[in-house]
Design a protein around this ligand. Structure first.
Ligand SMILES: Cc1ncc(COP(=O)(O)O)c(C=O)c1O
Length: 415
């Protein structure tokens, strides 16, 4: 069953918007990523419909999908960006995202990246440690400017998601421990080169449970009130992203749910609130199309695909499952198979005991759904493999938005 409404069988052939994916495979070669422009625009509209009326600003987390064509859609919709490196800053600016809408997150910002961001006059640095704050202070002093700072706290709120995408618990590298917050605040307040904007947090990704957001908002509200009593004006809260999407079981976390929690818990304190959604704006817009190379007999059989963990890393990293659709519609019996790639690693496994049409075999094409986020952006060239292309469809047209990078292209860089 297609998860996205922008994917459908027409005359038994899988289409992304109006584009026949098998025909597209014949022109770009497999494997490849394909995104629906309308699906991204629709996700942006839903997000804005939930947050705009409450004045909550939206900063797209570039890490989810950093392709310039995707970023341009965010820029065109007036969204800001959440970045974690100088490279993402360059991409966001190139795509036309306004600098004042850019928030710089991440635990390991380097002086050169801070300098680059200050020169671009970005809106805010989300600072994650006292040494990082000291470095930023020094860079801002050197450049003769003032950096707007939000302190990202580690709220010790468990997001009930996969341990590898949990970021706000004790022992996590992210955020300033609550018992160091006042020391960090004092450092911001005494520097003429730092300007306090407020507090920030991000508790994890693919969160389907609304309760951690409520717990987070309550904690941030409590801290805001405590600090205001001490005479520290906290005017701004950045809640991060993490809103979960449907990977085939029908579960999501609606933007409206988060918006309602913010409205109840934070807006009564006259706070300006920002969110940083990544996955929820792009995951559903993408598929990765791959061809079966072999069907290897076993119990259950292995379907060996031409896509591997270097192309789509989420199953190996997080045991994620991307529900599969054959490009040719099959009515017949479905059986179990293990879906694997050609990479020489046991973790190159897309799904064990996947349900596939009984006749699916060598030469057949399949699409992994919900592959628009943390997918192409994480791809690499391990095992001498190509960096695979990305395509954007719009109605019945398609455009390659990142060309294939072959080993010949890569070897040129090594000579
Ligand atoms: C600081 C920060 N903000 C936002 C996000 C986006 O999260 P998601 O893509 O789950 O919405 C992340 C992702 O890890 C992050 O680290």
């Amino acid at each position: 069953m297609p998860v996205s409404p922008f994917i459908a069988y027409r005359n038994g052939r899988l289409h992304h918007e109006e584009v026949d994916l098998e025909q597209l495979a014949a022109t770009v070669g497999t494997p490849f990523y394909c995104y629906s422009k309308a699906a991204i625009q629709s996700a942006i509209r839903s997000c804005r419909a939930a947050f705009d009326p409450l004045g909550i600003s939206i900063h797209y987390a570039v890490k989810a999908n950093a392709n310039l064509s995707v970023l341009r859609l965010m820029a065109a919709a007036g969204l800001g960006a959440d970045i974690v490196s100088g490279g993402e800053l360059a991409r966001a600016l190139q795509a036309g995202i306004r600098p004042e809408g850019i928030v710089f997150s991440g635990v390991g910002k380097q002086a050169r990246e801070m300098g680059q961001a200050l020169a671009a006059a970005i809106g805010q640095f989300n600072i994650e440690s006292i040494p990082e704050l000291e470095l930023l202070e020094g860079v801002a002093r050197e450049q003769g400017c003032r950096a707007a700072v939000a302190l990202r706290v580690n709220p010790e709120v468990n997001a009930n998601t996969h341990r590898n995408i949990t970021t706000g618990v004790r022992g996590s590298k992210f955020g300033i421990p609550l018992d160091q917050l006042d020391q960090a605040l004092a450092a911001v307040l005494r520097s003429p080169h730092l300007q306090l904007r407020g507090l920030a947090a991000h508790i994890g990704s693919q969160i389907l449970d609304e309760r951690p957001y409520r717990a987070l908002c309550r904690l941030l509200a409590r801290e805001t009130l405590r600090l205001r009593e001490l005479g520290v004006e906290i005017g701004h809260i950045d809640l991060g992203g993490g809103f979960g999407v449907d990977y085939g079981d029908g579960r999501t976390l609606a933007f409206e749910t988060v918006a309602a929690i913010v409205e109840q818990e934070l807006l009564p304190l006259s706070l300006r609130v920002a969110v940083e959604p990544g996955r929820s704006l792009v995951a559903g817009a993408g598929v990765m199309v791959s061809r079966v190379i072999y069907r290897k007999a076993a119990q259950p059989p292995f379907l060996i695909l031409d896509a591997g963990m270097n192309d789509l890393m989420r199953p190996a990293l997080y045991q994620a499952v991307h529900p599969l659709l054959p490009l040719a519609q099959h009515e017949a019996t479905w059986v179990m198979a293990n879906l694997v790639g050609p990479v020489c690693e046991s973790t190159d496994l897309f799904q064990r005991d996947a349900s596939v049409p009984a006749s699916l075999g060598a030469g057949d094409l399949v699409a992994f759904q919900q592959a628009g986020a943390y997918a192409a952006v994480m791809s690499g060239t391990y095992n001498g493999r190509d960096l695979i292309p990305e395509v954007m469809v719009e109605g019945d047209t398609s455009r390659v938005i990142r060309r294939r990078l072959s080993q010949v292209d890569l070897m040129e860089l090594e000579l």
